[in-house]
Design a binder for this molecule. Structure first.
Ligand code: FEO
Ligand code: CA
Ligand code: CA
Ligand code: CA
Length: 579
């Protein structure tokens, strides 16, 4: 994928070094301030942050572990930020560190998950939280939602509480996000499996195990106090999670909709673009070792003049999964999108699929059936607004070359891939509905101070910009690619000299990558969105001090660390990232 033009001035800030400090550092001429942190009040009169807060207090406060987010500007001085609260760290949520969970503790944990819709107002030129905003809203693991699209109402989605299979409570493990030109927010359900478990010993077939569901859960213990999460009592409840949810942030009374046409897997983000011919195309990663990369193409076309006409456009369309083919001996080649439609490509009764609903509910199994390429954990996808090329972070994969279904191949070229890479493809004819594309690797992360060859990274990686485990990515309007990391921060061995997790800025044409931001101790940097004038950027610091690492971000002293949204501006009021 050749450079489309030579734009030497695309990136205009001075790169910063790595850091192991317990703070956010940005380049000279930039300012980074905390906008809101876990447990801060979200409504006027809501209680201030305290680790002792109960479930009721948490429901009125900003959720934990902020991840993907989108800023929607309403007027010159009013806007709303829709922010995922992916999960929570019980070691900080409770003084008992999650070791003695009560029923109210489970409810508090559920209320720390979901989405926070935060109204902002501009004060002295800076966006600030407006506690009086009428759009402020918490969506939690118990908020009423609707299941829509081809799988809604299917027998596999029916429960005792919902005999129709169309009403579901809550969303959780909302990792990254997307947004639509009709003004809605897309939030993506990722590691939902960990909240389920059982006090009994139900037999779990591959419909469960393929999604990582097991009777023990991942330590949250919701199933011990809330039968909805007990796999023996409610065997269909997990099938109602793992979807992309569409939310109208402008209407705090609206019912979020789980769009089943986009398939069920561990969704990372939803990169939505309007194709030249008006079809809505959504690229979707499934973040798990050896899982796949998907594409949805809407049946109907986007109607720019009538936003209500687009309201349910994500309910009808076709889901595809990617297959990457290699040019002999090269880390590039051609690829194809394989349709996941019942009755086609072996998705038949003989192979265990009885309907389109089953293809969507068990999309991972359908992808395997059609021979999709197993990938090194597809995280975020982003579409380059300048030329329609598409980028996806493949964060790392210790099973590559180790498990039989994950052989080393051209698009996943390193055994045990400890550093991650970024694949890029160009749809044939720059048409996102084409089933063919050309791909190459934009970047291979590595450590050139420790390794030679592929483990040292691609040519655009050097001692001054190295990092590991790219995760969040997104383009700004000028076509700068922002890259966030969720990697190892040991700063030793294979990761020597990489410091804390960080954000970098890439030029998609020249390949140049510069470090823009470093985060506090044991955090991940994730989530990015811009004001429409591109003069404010919001990013997320997630789980500083995870696993009880010694962080006190953002409050300092002896405080417990808190995930936070960071507002970045330039002291000269200029465009973020530009010269
Ligand atoms: Fe929630 Fe794949 O990161
Ligand atoms: Ca995360
Ligand atoms: Ca992520
Ligand atoms: Ca990650």
């Amino acid at each position: 994928i050749a450079a489309s033009k030579d734009n030497k001035n695309l990136i205009g800030f001075e790169a910063i070094p790595t850091s192991t400090e317990d703070k956010v550092i940005v380049p000279k001429g930039y300012q980074a301030d905390v906008l809101i942190s876990w447990g801060d009040p979200l409504f006027k009169g809501a209680p201030a942050f305290s680790q002792k807060a109960d479930s009721k207090a948490q429901a009125l406060q900003f959720g934990d572990n902020n991840d993907g987010m989108t800023f929607f500007q309403i007027t010159d001085d009013r806007g709303v930020l829709s922010i995922n609260n992916e999960y929570t760290n019980h070691e900080y949520l409770f003084a008992h560190q999650g070791k003695e969970m009560s029923a109210d503790d489970v409810l508090k944990s559920q209320n720390a998950h979901g989405i926070s819709v935060v109204e902002l107002k501009k004060v002295n030129g800076l966006w600030e939280v407006n506690l009086e905003g009428r759009l402020n809203r918490r969506i939690t693991a118990n908020t009423e939602m609707e299941l829509t699209g081809p799988a809604a109402g299917d027998a596999l989605l029916k429960t005792a509480a919902d005999p129709k299979g169309t009403q579901v409570l809550g969303t959780f493990n909302n990792c990254a996000n997307g947004e639509t030109p009709w003004g809605t927010y897309l939030t993506c359900e990722e590691n939902f499996n960990g909240l389920f478990g059982s006090k009994e010993s139900p037999a779990l077939d591959s419909n469960y195990t393929r999604y990582g569901l097991n009777t023990k859960g991942s330590g949250y213990d919701w199933f011990k106090h809330d039968d909805r999460f007990d796999l023996a009592k409610n065997p269909n409840e997990p099938h109602r999670h793992g979807w992309v949810v569409e939310i109208d942030p402008m209407n705090p009374n609206s019912t979020p909709k789980k769009r089943t046409a986009l398939g069920r897997f561990k969704h990372e983000n939803a990169a939505l673009t309007i194709n030249n011919d008006g079809h809505v195309v959504v690229y979707l990663g499934d973040d798990e070792r050896g899982e796949h990369l998907y594409r949805f193409v809407s049946k109907n076309k986007y109607n720019p003049g009538n936003s209500t006409a687009n309201r349910d456009i994500l309910d009808e369309g076709t889901l595809y999964v990617a297959k990457f083919n290699a040019k002999d001996g090269e880390l590039q080649g051609k690829g194809e999108w394989i349709e996941l439609t019942f009755g086609k490509n072996g998705l038949t009764k003989e192979n265990g699929f009885n309907s389109q609903a089953e293809v969507l509910i068990f999309a991972r199994k359908a992808a395997t059936q059609v021979g999709a390429t197993t990938m090194d954990r597809p995280e975020w996808v982003a579409v380059n607004p300048k030329n329609q090329s598409v980028f996806c972070t493949l964060t790392n994969n210790k099973y590559r070359g180790v498990k039989a279904n994950q052989p080393v191949d051209a698009v996943n070229p390193r055994e045990k891939n400890p550093y991650g890479h970024i694949v890029r493809w160009m749809p044939s004819g720059q048409d996102h509905t084409s089933n063919n594309f050309d791909w190459d690797l934009y970047l291979i992360a590595g450590n050139p101070t420790v390794h030679e060859g592929l483990m040292g990274g691609s040519d655009n990686i050097n001692a001054d910009n190295m990092f590991n485990s790219p995760d969040g990515i997104g383009f700004d309007n000028a076509g700068r690619l922002w890259i966030q990391t969720d990697g190892k921060y040991s700063n030793t061995g294979d990761f020597a000299g990489m410091g804390n997790n960080q954000m970098l800025c890439g030029d998609p044409d020249s390949g140049e990558v510069r470090r823009f931001l470093t985060g506090p101790i044991a955090c991940e940097i994730t989530g990015l969105t811009f004001s429409p004038d591109q003069k404010t950027m919001f990013i997320g610091v997630q789980h500083p001090g995870e696993d009880l690492a010694p962080s006190h971000f953002p409050d300092g002293g002896n405080t417990i660390p808190r995930s936070s949204v960071i507002r970045i501006t330039r002291t000269d009021g200029g465009i973020i990232g530009a010269a």
